[in-house]
Ligand binder design. Structure first.
Ligand code: UDP
Length: 325
């Protein structure tokens, strides 16, 4: 599928977050005007500080579960506002449900009013603890709606349902990306997810916490590949969910060992209880992405991505230690 033009003016909700801030950067490079709404619940000004002086960039401290007002023309909206770490599922359950439901509703309303294309950030969590591996988009998932992960899974499943309803009923032009595990610079140091935890612990010489026996698998994608895929999806003609991720599946124990090795750490591995409903396997089937995203393919190997992420963690932790000294 050939790709359409870059948007002239884009709203990125959650633009101060990990993935959101990388999207803003790439959009600015491509010549778009970028407006960010973020309430900084899990996003950080630090992620966009270097963009603040840019003539085509603006930031508004705003909670997107409220009515969205944007003056002037807008041709695209990227709805990326939401806490996304399992550590947040217990800490911020209501906020997660609200931004996935009310926030998506507001973003759809704005897209309808502006005749803008809306791309929503969905997730591999839609598949829950999957009974098929790898997961194609046609798989409906195995989700516990009332479990602790349910707040995120169901918020995103609702967001997809609402997005497709606006598409069918109001003709809104929509795109849905199902994001699989992603890592890279700008993840929060205490984000709580496996890769940030392992780097944080390894660099500080603390025990590496592997949940369960570490045999559960994930497939980790470097953020640049994800962002490249998302911006292609925005510009392609495919409506409906598309998985984006790197199908390079590995166990969490393998990942813990890799991070110990590349940080030269002497940390030991300790085993902690597996959280409820933790998916046993996860791997994206990216056949559809390969077909519709004009030759997109993950290009950064997990090793190369981990090296860059290590450098970020080493530097960020050193900076933090210096500022608290
Ligand atoms: N995990 C772990 N140790 C940690 C954090 C997470 O073993 O310190 C495990 C977690 O139980 C899960 C996997 O790593 O099986 C990936 O967890 P993450 O929080 O990164 O995201 P998820 O893929 O579960 O959404």
């Amino acid at each position: 599928m050939t790709l359409g033009p870059w948007p002239k003016r884009v709203l990125v909700t959650g633009g101060a977050g990990f993935i959101g801030s990388h999207l803003c950067e790439r959009l600015l490079e491509a010549g778009s005007r970028v407006l960010v709404f973020d309430n900084l619940l899990t996003g950080r000004m630090e992620n966009v500080a270097h963009l603040l002086g840019h003539p085509r960039f603006s930031f508004e401290h705003y909670d997107v579960t409220n009515y969205l007002f944007v003056s002037g023309e807008l041709d695209a909206i990227l709805h990326f506002a939401s806490p996304a770490s399992p550590a947040d599922f217990e800490r911020l359950p209501i906020q997660i449900l609200k931004v996935g439901s009310l926030g998506t509703h507001k973003a759809l309303g704005l897209a309808k009013a502006k005749r803008a294309r809306l791309l929503i950030a969905s997730t591999s969590e839609c598949y829950g603890d999957p009974e098929v591996n790898p997961q194609p988009e046609s798989y409906w998932g195995n989700v516990n709606p009332i479990g602790i992960r349910g707040v995120y899974d169901e918020a995103k499943r609702f967001a997809e349902a609402m997005t497709m309803a606006y598409h069918r009923h109001h003709g809104v032009d929509v795109r849905i990306v199902r994001i699989f595990n992603t890592f890279g610079p700008r993840m929060q140091l205490r984000d709580g997810r496996a890769i940030p935890n392992f780097f944080y612990q390894a660099i500080r010489g603390e025990p590496i916490t592997v949940y369960g026996d570490g045999s559960q698998t994930r497939s980790f994608c470097y953020v640049d590949d994800l962002v490249d895929g998302i911006l292609r999806l925005l510009r392609c003609g495919h409506v409906g969910p598309v998985n984006i991720g790197n199908p390079n599946e590995m166990s969490l124990l393998e990942m813990a060992k890799k991070i110990i090795e590349i940080t030269g750490s002497r940390s030991e591995i300790v085993y902690r209880p597996l959280p409820p409903d933790d998916p046993k396997v996860r791997r994206p089937d990216i056949t559809l992405a390969r077909r519709v995203l004009d030759g997109w393919e993950p290009k950064v190997s997990v090793s190369a991505g981990l090296d860059r992420t290590r450098d970020y963690f080493v530097e960020a932790l050193a900076r933090e230690a210096k500022s608290s000294a």
